[in-house]
Design a binder for this molecule. Structure first.
Ligand code: ADP
Ligand code: ZN
Length: 205
């Protein structure tokens, strides 16, 4: 199964993808995570990506597409994957078409007010990647593995505004692009409520 997850920053794509991976035979591919890994390892891609990410802008399509293409060609993607954060532009979607077909596109629908509320409170586990929000979880270590939580460099009010603008202008048009494969999930409730809608949909595929 090959799935695309569409949604604004902070809509909960990462959390939903992790839930899907637990139940279905797919791997999660997050271009944001791939870039952050490259930054950590100080690769050429990482150095380039950081300058865009810190401003809340998109990394250029060429770089993103070639990184994604390489990731998708790895053996663990054979049974399927869930793309979290890719494609984010029409040219990326066009490029993906020439690489592979997708079975479904899930849109995570969350009102802007809720997105803004989530933005400042997001924390991520430094080891297992579990995602929390300070409004519902106030500890500084991960409930799953005990490792310290951290706040992403780009999770601040200045970059979030830019990221939301980029989403509206550049990524939201993909909703029309994928109209025939799109399934919208309401993402305002708990992670479990959100996942249930997606699970029921994927089971019917
Ligand atoms: P979020 O969904 O919360 O915005 P991500 O981790 O998906 O966070 O992405 C973080 C940053 O990584 C983006 O703001 C952008 O700079 C870069 N990035 C991730 N995916 C892409 C992509 N498909 N195309 C271009 N840039 C990307
Ligand atoms: Zn953890």
């Amino acid at each position: 199964m090959k799935i695309i997850l569409l949604g604004a920053p902070f809509s909960g794509k990462g959390t939903l993808a992790r839930n899907i991976v637990n139940d279905f035979d797919v791997v999660q591919i997050s271009t944001g995570d791939l870039f952050r890994e490259n930054i950590k390892n100080q690769t050429e891609i990482g150095l380039l990506a950081k300058s865009y990410m810190d401003k809340g802008n998109l990394v250029p399509d060429e770089v993103t597409v070639s990184m994604l293409k390489e990731r998708i060609s790895k053996p663990d993607c054979k049974n399927g994957f869930i793309l979290d954060g890719f494609p984010r532009t029409i040219p990326q979607a066009e490029a993906l078409k020439t690489i592979t077909d997708v079975d479904a596109v899930i849109l995570l629908d969350v009102p802007l007010d809720e997105i803004k509320r989530r933005c400042v409170g997001r924390r991520t586990c430094s080891k297992c990647g579990e995602i929390y929000n300070t409004s519902t979880y106030d500890k500084s270590t991960c409930a799953k593995c005990g490792s310290p939580l951290f706040q992403r460099d780009d999770d601040n009010l200045e970059t979030i505004t830019a990221r939301l603008e980029v989403y509206e202008k550049t990524t939201a048009p993909l909703i029309n692009f994928y109209a025939d494969k799109l399934f919208a999930v309401k993402g305002m409730g708990t992670p479990e409520e959100t996942y249930k809608q997606a699970k029921d949909f994927l089971r019917r595929l």
